[in-house]
Write a protein that binds this ligand. Structure first.
Ligand code: PTJ
Length: 270
């Protein structure tokens, strides 16, 4: 499917490779056409945070690990982009936490459901909820296809992880009394703002760190994990991410005005 091969010495190799993964996912019908646009938006925000996992994301990842480890019925909601970018990590996370995997799509079609199901199975998933008629329950107040959920999964869940999501359902789930964890590069998105725990990071960087954190904390007493979770403040974390971006950009703008950053001997253009 890929139209070009990316040379390994390209300065943007990692980012371009990820873009190819999304394009290939679109070719295989996993990713919605709008998923390509969503990815581009993510790339822009990744530039702003310096394409690295910040401390703000680290704090949210720790809270998410505590939350998933103490949940009674956790569910990982899977859309096209996340299925294309990190299917193996989704399956590992589900196995390590006992969470169910449920396909939930904004642009739902039988063809996409099947393609995502196939990808998850190839990545080692044994059971996947939300496929076909199984998505027979409804999230109140939602009119999009996202309203269709599995009565055995998201409907009954106490904690739902919705990586790379659109805002409506996050609000709907929170109104239903559920704890919502998201991974979203845009700290200003409605999903980021409305979620209980927001990991402002690229899903491909955050997922392996989350898995590692869960393995680290797994043997800790549940009471201790609940205590850690209670001390977490998502507003503070979101503010940290915004302050980080603002300071980083201010620093970069400063660099450009250093006199020695001009070519030697050239006069600055007024
Ligand atoms: O597969 P479907 O049908 O369920 O549709 C999935 C998409 C992503 C198309 C749908 O949920 C959508 O339209 O989402 P939005 O409203 O575009 O929001 C996606 C959010 O994810 C944006 O805030 C992006 O900045 C962010 N994002 C994009 N790529 C990444 C990301 N966040 C983390 N990691 C990424 N790789």
């Amino acid at each position: 499917m890929s139209e070009t091969s990316i040379p390994e010495d390209h300065p943007r190799y990692a980012s371009l490779l990820l873009r190819e993964t999304i394009i290939n996912g679109w070719g295989e019908k996993l990713v919605a056409t709008a998923g390509l646009i969503a990815h581009g938006r993510g790339e822009a925000f990744d530039y702003l945070i310096g394409e690295k996992t910040g401390d703000f994301a680290g704090k949210a990842i720790k809270a998410a690990a505590c939350c998933l480890l103490t949940a009674e019925r956790p569910v990982l909601s899977v859309n096209g982009n996340v299925a294309a970018l990190c299917p193996k990590e989704l399956v590992t996370l589900a196995k390590d936490t006992g969470a169910a995997l449920e396909i939930n799509l904004f642009y739902r079609s039988g063809e996409r459901e099947e393609a995502i199901l196939d990808t998850l199975k190839r990545a080692g998933a044994e059971k996947v909820l939300g496929v076909g008629r199984a998505a027979s329950a409804t999230i109140p107040e939602l009119s999009s296809e996202r309203r269709r959920v599995d009565p055995e999964g998201i409907l009954k869940a106490d904690v739902v992880m919705v990586p790379l999501e659109d805002g409506d359902r996050t609000e709907g789930l929170v109104k239903m009394g559920k704890i919502v964890i998201t991974i979203d590069l845009n700290p200003l998105s409605r999903t980021s703002q409305k979620s209980t725990i927001t990991i402002v990071d690229n899903v491909v960087r955050a997922m392996p760190i989350l898995i590692k954190k869960i393995r680290e904390l797994k043997s800790e007493p549940k009471e201790m994990l609940k205590h850690l979770l209670a001390s977490y403040n998502n507003r503070k974390t979101l503010n940290m991410s915004l302050a980080f971006i603002a300071e980083r950009l201010a620093g970069l703008a400063e660099e450009k005005t250093e006199p020695d950053s001009n070519a030697a001997g050239k006069k600055e253009i007024e």
